[in-house]
Design a protein around this ligand. Structure first.
Ligand code: GDP
Ligand code: IMO
Ligand code: MG
Length: 428
């Protein structure tokens, strides 16, 4: 086994950063394949917290290659700031590479993300306003700027001129906004180009050679299944493919080269932004989960919506991602609840439905069918072996695995590296 994919199974913030960091120790290369600086992946090392947005979570180990793949929408300013703050913490950051085909996030993307949201009024998506949707939109309109364009000075100057004319026209006509200054953007992005040029490579060629040479490659998903542009709660989704299938298009490797897939599941459920969330608890339970779990967004600081674990969502993620293992995180946040619930099916019009509803008018009205579990009311944060977990916790985890039809690979009982219970041996 030489390639492992780690994806989110719910609505993001499951603890992918922690699991990727944990697995990175055994890998040679860590690759981001989609999304952009909308991600906020927190990794705790020796009590110190690192919040990563574009840099793959392998960067905290010395000597791991960190690759930003073709499918990422790449914001140069964010990465350079991230590198500066990692350096301040004494983290060596030279071992990173950026795909020549990655789309570049431009100032008009961030601006338009905000303006589009304001225009949506009551039907806003609640985006992170990092320009993610507008940048992918320009890729699909074929007016995007890629890293290979950015580092070709003449080509970039020409492309920016043509594209900025279109953007300034749209800013004026659609949003009554003043035009953006060509020279200013050209100068700013030319500085980024000079700084980043040495790190730009052809990532599909690099990764396929690495696969041939039996290197261990870890693919780090951002966002999650329910935020997938096609399979999530559309239109309340992000603009990329976080599911494991996204690795093929976002990193340029074929499906036969994916060996193992791991889906990260938070032991309960959260969501940031708008859109349906059947197991949401708008009550004391929800507040308790938010307060105990400090559930506030890494990128935007927004309070996260909270609720019980939704087994239907994890099952859906299981077959969409052909998941081999679940990595269940934040079990410790449930340590002091008398009762814990898990949704095991949805009812709509008094009938059990066994598909994930695509129609949000239906998904917004499903009633979760809950199973209730006795809480374990004890501290799990120092447990390191699965068999040492309280019986009630094992019953809860076992039931999730049954419903999702995916084996348990890891259980996380705290943010630190050593707070990880490993059931899946030899994952690479
Ligand atoms: P990501 O976006 O999926 O990487 O997740 P985030 O980093 O946004 O949010 C997960 C949070 O949970 C981070 O603050 C992690 O440090 C933390 N975390 C991860 N696993 C555990 C765990 O098992 N227990 C606790 N208490 N915190 C965890
Ligand atoms: P990580 O990788 C949680 C949500 C936003 C919004 C929707 C679209 O840390 O799990 P976008 O800016 O992507 O166009 O916003 O997706 N969203 C996330 N929610 N975790 C994330 O990333 C997210 N990235 C985007 O809140 O609802
Ligand atoms: Mg996050």
């Amino acid at each position: 086994m030489s390639t492992v994919v780690v994806t989110g199974t719910q609505w993001g913030d499951e603890g992918k950063g922690k699991i990727v960091d944990y697995l990175a120790e055994q890998s040679d290369i860590v690759v981001r394949y989609q999304g952009g600086s909308n991600a906020g992946h927190t990794v705790s090392v020796d009590g110190k917290e690192f919040k990563l947005r574009l840099m793959p979570s392998g960067i905290l180990y010395k000597g791991k290659k960190c690759v930003i793949g073709d499918g990422v929408v790449f914001d140069p300013e964010v990465l350079l700031n991230e590198i500066a703050s990692l350096k301040k913490e004494g983290i060596e950051t030279a071992d990173y590479l950026i795909s020549n085909r990655a789309q570049v996030v431009m100032p008009y993307h961030r601006l338009m993300d905000g303006l589009e949201e304001d225009n949506r009024g009551n039907s806003k998506i609640g985006t992170t306003k990092r320009g993610i949707g507008p940048c992918y939109m320009d890729r699909d309109r074929r007016i995007g700027i890629r890293m290979c364009d950015l580092i070709d000075n003449e080509l970039f100057a020409d492309k920016l001129k043509t594209i900025l004319d279109i953007k300034n026209h749209e800013l004026e006509v659609l949003y009554n906004q003043p035009p953006l200054n060509y020279k200013k953007i050209l100068e700013e992005y030319s500085v980024y180009a000079e700084k980043l040029r040495p790190f730009v490579i052809d990532t599909p060629s690099y990764l396929n050679k690495a696969i041939k040479n039996n290197k261990k490659i870890l693919f780090e998903g951002a966002q999650a299944t329910m935020l997938d542009i096609d399979y999530g709660t559309y239109p309340y989704v992000t603009a990329s493919h976080p599911i494991a299938g996204g690795v093929c298009v976002g990193a340029g490797i074929g499906p036969r080269n994916i060996d193992t897939t791991v889906g990260v599941v938070k032991a309960y459920c959260t969501r940031v932004g708008e859109g349906p969330f059947p197991t949401e608890q708008l009550n004391d339970i929800g507040n308790q989960i938010r307060n105990v779990g400090h559930e506030f967004g890494t990128v935007t600081g927004r309070p996260r919506r909270t609720g019980w674990l939704d087994g239907c969502v994890v099952k859906y993620a299981g077959y969409l991602g052909s998941l081999d293992y679940l990595a269940i995180t934040r079990l410790d946040i449930l340590d002091h609840f008398d009762e814990i619930k898990m949704c095991v099916a949805y009812k709509y019009n008094d009938k059990i439905i066994d598909e994930m509803p695509a129609n949000l008018r239906i998904f917004g009205k499903v009633t979760p069918v809950y199973e209730t579990f006795k809480g374990w009311n004890s501290d799990t944060t120092n447990i390191r072996k699965y068999e040492d977990l309280p019986e009630q916790a094992k019953t809860y985890l076992k039931r999730l695995s049954e419903i999702a039809e995916v084996k348990i690979g890891f259980v996380s009982v705290g943010p630190n590296r050593n707070q990880t219970i490993v059931c899946a041996k030899n994952i690479f």
